[in-house]
Design a protein around this ligand. Structure first.
Ligand code: ATR
Length: 499
């Protein structure tokens, strides 16, 4: 089977606008889908002209509401519109629609016959907007009416387990087909279309240009598919890596890792793998033969119990952000500690933290690696946390002090303010004018504190902004992210990131 094609979905209300979008992405795509359900009534009169305007193979799709489209008219009018798209076929087949998408329950012989006669291939589609499909091979066989048709199943997995099953089941499909997942767990099926043997992957321009609904379906933008994920180079030999977490928004890890493979000329790809359960992500990894997984919030602690072995450092820290899939099973590592140590040395220009009093804000998975590093570097810390019991537990490991995160701890925070390390998710994704997402809102900076916030998006959290305004030296979490990723890259590939 051929490598999957990249199909750009066109959802503007006029043909001219669709053409402009197509021009923008032309070099990144192989074909386009004209979603005529998005066109105005007037524009729908002229759909027949579009393939010649586009100059690449085009699918004609007029999607009903029930299948996730916006077509509100009746079936007779929709069929007439399809007929208009196929009519007056040109001898030059590049001027005709190359494909027409017909739903599996649409049985209009004259449209099918016209498609057949005019060289327009039928994509026979089935959509499940709320659930996955069970027994993919049987469902595909059911909707595939003739060998001339390409059956397509688009469904909505409820968990990553459903996605694993779809990947497993698609292995037995030995004819042209399209499989795509929609919704929250859709991304792996879109980027790894080669692994489902899908004839194409659907993609869309970034969200602000198109209807929000389409991005919810899980489309990736064509430029990202090509430049970030090197989609066209993915083949049977490509090593797959990924990052799992939930909700897994704001991750820059794919950029760092994929850039590394690119730099070293490696045939590898690193993708986001959203999962509510880390066990599901590990199982998915095994189904796909994934070589390594980065683990992020909220799975860094839970993952330990699911692994075959754990490095002494990850066991000591009690959190793992790196899983390597090897011959003898899964092994967990923690590269956050090393990443943080490097980032801290760079920020503070010190060899160790001897005699320094440091505040650690938060006591979750990231704080565990940070407390371990502060202890290793001989610092004295106090852990401030919303839930006192969690602070007590972590502080107990290293004989640190602990206190509740709030007004009553102001004096103690002043005492431990040579360096303040912020490890909670508060401030993540905060806007430029949003001052409320600040976990130390009760604390007034003197101006001589040094503040490290492990968040890197936005570049300056409300806390960092306030600290900087008071005259403090500040640093965001990008350096930690970068250094932990470099170490992870080496564990995954055996090659140092920078050489
Ligand atoms: P991690 O993967 O680091 O464990 P997390 O579970 O989201 O991420 O939370 C990490 C830390 O952020 C925890 O210390 C948590 O406090 P609790 O122990 O009280 O749960 C803290 N945290 C999360 N949301 C917070 C909020 N809105 N205000 C203050 N602290 C918060």
């Amino acid at each position: 089977m051929q490598r999957p094609k990249i199909c750009l979905c066109l959802t503007c209300s006029t043909l001219a606008e669709n053409l402009a979008v197509l021009e923008k992405y032309r070099r990144w795509i192989d074909m386009a889908e004209l979603r005529a359900d998005y066109l105005t009534d007037d524009e729908r009169l002229y759909i027949r002209r579009f393939p010649a305007m586009a100059g690449i193979p085009v699918i004609l799709t007029i999607r009903r509401l029930v299948d996730g489209g916006v077509y509100k008219g009746g079936e007779a009018a929709r069929t007439a519109l399809m007929a208009r798209g196929l009519a007056f076929a040109s001898q030059d087949t590049s001027k005709n629609f190359a494909y027409i998408d017909l739903e599996e329950d649409l049985d209009v012989p004259c449209i099918q016959d016209a498609a057949l006669a005019f060289g327009t291939r039928i994509i026979r589609s089935m959509h499940n907007m709320t659930d996955t499909v069970t027994d993919l091979p049987a469902q595909m066989a059911k909707i595939r009416k003739t060998g001339y048709e390409i059956p397509k199943i688009a469904c909505t997995p409820r968990t990553l387990v459903d996605v694993s099953t779809l990947f497993k089941e698609s292995a037995s499909l030995d004819y042209e087909h399209i499989v795509c997942c929609m919704g929250m767990f859709s991304i792996p099926s879109r980027i790894l279309a080669e692994r489902t043997g899908s004839f194409l992957t659907y993609s869309s321009p970034p969200a602000d240009n198109i209807d929000e609904a389409l991005t919810k379906l899980g489309h990736t933008d064509p430029i990202q598919l090509n430049t970030l994920y090197n989609f066209r180079a993915i083949d049977k030999k490509t090593d797959v890596f990924g990052i799992t977490g939930f909700p897994l928004t704001h991750t820059l890890s794919p950029n760092l890792h994929n850039e590394g493979y690119h730099k070293h000329g490696m045939n590898a790809v690193y993708i986001p793998i959203k999962s509510e359960s880390v066990k599901d992500a590990l199982d998915f990894g095994k189904v796909l033969g994934i070589k390594g997984l980065s683990v992020t919030v909220p799975h860094k602690e839970d993952v330990l119990a699911c692994l075959d072995s754990v490095s002494p450092e990850a066991a000591e820290i009690g959190a793992c952000n790196t899983v390597v899939f090897g011959e003898s099973g899964t092994t967990g590592y923690n590269t956050d500690a090393e990443g943080f140590e490097k980032a801290l040395r760079e920020f503070l220009q010190v060899k160790n933290l001897r005699g320094k009093k440091i505040a650690i804000i938060g006591a979750g998975g990231a704080a565990k690696a940070i407390a371990y590093t502060v202890y290793k570097l001989k610092g004295k810390a106090c852990i401030f946390n919303r839930t006192l019991a969690n602070a007590r537990f972590l502080a107990g490991k290293y004989r640190f002090k602990y206190a509740v995160l709030g007004m009553e701890s102001q004096k103690l925070l002043e005492e431990y303010s040579w360096l303040i390390i912020q490890t909670t998710p508060v401030g993540m994704g905060a806007g430029e004018t949003d001052d409320s997402a600040d976990p130390l809102i009760f604390y007034g900076f003197a101006g001589n504190e040094q503040v490290y916030d492990i968040i890197y998006n936005p570049e300056k959290t409300p806390l960092l902004r306030r600290a900087e305004q008071a005259g403090c030296r500040i640093c965001n979490g990008y350096s930690m992210l970068k250094y932990q990723a470099y170490k992870q890259f080496e564990l995954f590939t055996g090659v140092p990131y920078e050489n």
